[in-house]
Write a protein that binds this ligand. Structure first.
Ligand code: FES
Ligand code: FES
Length: 188
């Protein structure tokens, strides 16, 4: 198991007054688990990955730090920004608040497999043609939410786009281009 920044973890544990520490505990950006690691098999982008992690580890952590798929990003860690969006059986979910132990019976799709679907390809083309990203940090989450929208509603009106994308925050304010790109992809 990977333990990140053990010195900082010791400091945090002391600061919290913790007296018992599970030697298998992991911590990334302050998230701690006291649960023992288990072997879990995840179905990600059509392939199986068996990993050994505490079942309450957020899926985002497992994807990025254990499996090595770093396209989904950490933004807020509390399901408020959408940077960590992936698909669970085709639905857009926030992987930062999804325990990895709850998704073993599901198909997980990440931004790394976006180009494997016709909808994903249309979105990628539209994103490129309209030069949507600015810094880019939020964009994998934006694209995954847009892909889930178009998969369930191939011709969304502006209202449906805004509702579907309302949980994805872009601090560079690329919202107008995102909306236009989704409309362009829907018409392609
Ligand atoms: S990092 Fe998951 S919603 Fe912000
Ligand atoms: S492009 Fe910078 S946060 Fe969205």
């Amino acid at each position: 198991m990977r333990v990140v920044d053990a010195e900082r973890d010791d400091f945090v544990f002391e600061a919290l007054g913790a007296t018992v520490r599970n030697p298998q505990a992991y911590s990334v950006l302050g998230h701690h688990s006291m649960q023992p690691a288990q072997k879990l098999t995840l179905r990600i982008n059509g392939a199986e990955h068996t990993i050994e992690v505490p079942p309450d580890m957020p899926l985002l952590w497992a994807l990025r730090d254990v499996v090595g798929l770093t396209g989904a990003k950490y933004g807020c860690g509390i399901a408020q920004c959408g940077a960590c969006t992936v698909h669970l059986d085709g639905r857009a979910i926030r992987s930062c608040v999804t325990p990895v132990g709850t998704v073993t019976d599901h198909q997980i799709t990440t931004i790394e497999a976006l180009s494997q679907s016709p909808v994903g390809q249309k979105l990628q083309r539209a994103w490129l043609e309209l030069q949507v990203p600015q810094c880019g940090y939020c964009q994998s989450g934006q694209l995954m939410s847009a892909a889930a929208l178009l998969a369930s509603n191939p011709s969304p009106d502006v209202g449906a786009i805004d509702v579907a994308m309302s949980g994805n925050i872009c601090r560079c304010c690329t919202y107008v281009r995102i909306r236009a790109a989704i409309q362009k992809a829907a018409q392609a």
